[in-house]
Design a protein around this ligand. Structure first.
Ligand SMILES: *Cc1c(COP(=O)(O)O)cnc(C)c1O
Length: 430
């Protein structure tokens, strides 16, 4: 190709497995090689070859207000001038914890970590300790980071034990993770019935972003909570993606269903590495040094990360209208693409909620992972590459959500729809 990105990628593959530090950045499922980004501002990413793209990845969620928002940039600059890691408490940790507790009603106490993966791993350890039970239930297609307990697919039947999804995850770990079908309460009830008094917690993305966007049907989440309560199991909302994206108190802010524990990440770091888990004080007080459940982190509560996160949360509380505006943009794009699908007679299905949406190349209504997997990923590849060609950077996989930011204005939205029409036409001739 002769582009700088292509030459960097070649060098990267020599020294980094697959050339990327997180597999989602690779273009394996869409074809081509990933772009190396030089800089980002507002609605745009600029690659090392100088081409600009409208950013619909938003760092996989954190960039709610667009790239490099001045408030966050200034907060980090200010923090930086005071040093950047102490290994001792700093005041920002108190401020951000107070802020999170004030924004999310189900969280009375919160512990900061460095990633979403750390948050979910700690949350299930805590749930196991609190309930004195070993097993957890997750839903097929929900992603909870790369901890061993979560890299488990469904067995052949809903009541069978999980089998590892990745080499290196032991069978004995897999046997403690059971897998239900999203939007299917009966599958969950069957697991509870087959494992009485064994389930410590049910963990889920209440709105799923990680099989492409999938939305819970009315009554589904309420039903899960009832089953958890009836069986003495904890309910864990993994809001690493949805927290502060769907509302200022996450998915739970839209429904007023309060989980026992919540995991957070992405947006609370404002683009720097932060995760968190929190919930009822009675449960959180089991965490060391208040209690016996060990969990620690050399860089947890890092002053740069907390300054970025705090600036982000302040932006949210100072601009509460942002969610309504983002929802309008989301609806505009989703409806625009639905109309294009109809006009061009292309089989496709668009799920959208707030600033998250996914175009699935399938004729199915997508309610769970099996539905999502009916998508024509080759078509998505064609669509993705043409969108990129037209200057729109989508997540490079059919099974991801697109993330809108407040930095997108009407001209950006029009550009995206224009690009989409061209890209959809490409899928017809491919
Ligand atoms: C991204 C994500 C994680 C993992 O977070 P990392 O910071 O990548 O470790 C966990 N759960 C959900 C729902 C996520 O979207």
């Amino acid at each position: 190709m002769g582009s700088l990105s292509a030459s960097y990628f070649e060098r990267a593959q020599e020294v980094i497995p697959g050339g990327v530090n997180s597999p989602v950045r690779a273009f394996k499922s869409v074809g081509g090689s990933p772009l190396f980004i030089q800089s980002a501002k507002g609605a745009y990413l600029k690659d090392v070859d100088g081409k600009e793209y409208i950013d619909l990845i938003g760092s996989w969620g954190p960039m709610l207000f667009g790239q490099a928002h001045p408030s966050i940039e200034n907060a980090v600059r200010q923090a930086l001038s005071n040093g950047f890691s102490f290994g001792a408490p700093s005041y920002n940790e108190v401020l951000i914890a107070e802020k999170i507790v004030s924004m999310i009603p189900s969280i009375e106490k919160v512990r900061l970590v460095n990633s979403g993966t750390e948050a979910t791993m700690a949350a299930i350890r805590l749930a196991r300790a609190y309930t004195k039970r070993d097993k957890i239930i997750k839903f097929e297609g929900c992603y909870h980071g790369h901890g061993d307990s979560f890299l488990i697919a469904a067995g052949s039947g809903v009541a069978t034990l999980g089998t590892p999804d990745s080499p290196g995850v032991t069978v004995s770990t897999a046997k403690d993770t059971l897998t239900a079908v999203y939007n299917d309460l009966a599958s969950l009830e069957n697991l509870f019935n087959a494992n009485p008094n064994d389930i410590s917690a049910v963990i889920l993305e209440p709105v799923v972003g990680n099989m492409g966007l999938v939305i819970p049907e009315p009554g589904f989440i309420e039903g899960i909570q009832k089953l958890c309560q009836a069986n003495g199991s904890l309910l864990i909302f993994d809001e690493v993606m949805t927290g502060f994206r769907l509302s200022s108190s996450g998915y739970q802010g839209l429904t007023h269903i309060q989980p026992d524990l919540t995991t957070l990440g992405k947006i609370i770091g404002g683009g720097l590495p932060v995760g968190a888990y929190g919930g009822k004080a009675e449960i959180m007080n089991l965490i060391a040094p208040a209690g016996p459940v060990y969990q620690a982190g050399t860089l947890s509560g890092n002053p740069l990360a907390t300054s970025a996160g705090l600036a982000m949360l302040n932006l949210i509380t100072e601009n509460p209208e942002v969610y309504q505006e983002l929802n309008k943009k989301g609806e505009f794009l989703a409806n625009g693409i639905r109309q294009q699908l109809q006009e061009l007679q292309i089989e496709g299905f668009v799920n959208q909620i707030g600033s998250m949406f996914t175009l699935f190349f399938t004729s199915k209504v997508v309610k769970n992972f099996s539905d999502a997997k009916t998508s024509d990923t080759a078509k998505f590849g064609v669509y993705f590459r043409e969108m990129l060609n037209q200057g729109v950077y989508l997540p490079p996989s059919q099974f991801e959500s697109w993330f809108l930011s407040a930095a997108l204005d009407q001209s950006h939205l029009d550009h995206i729809l224009q690009a989409s029409r061209i890209a959809l036409k490409k899928t017809l001739v491919a």
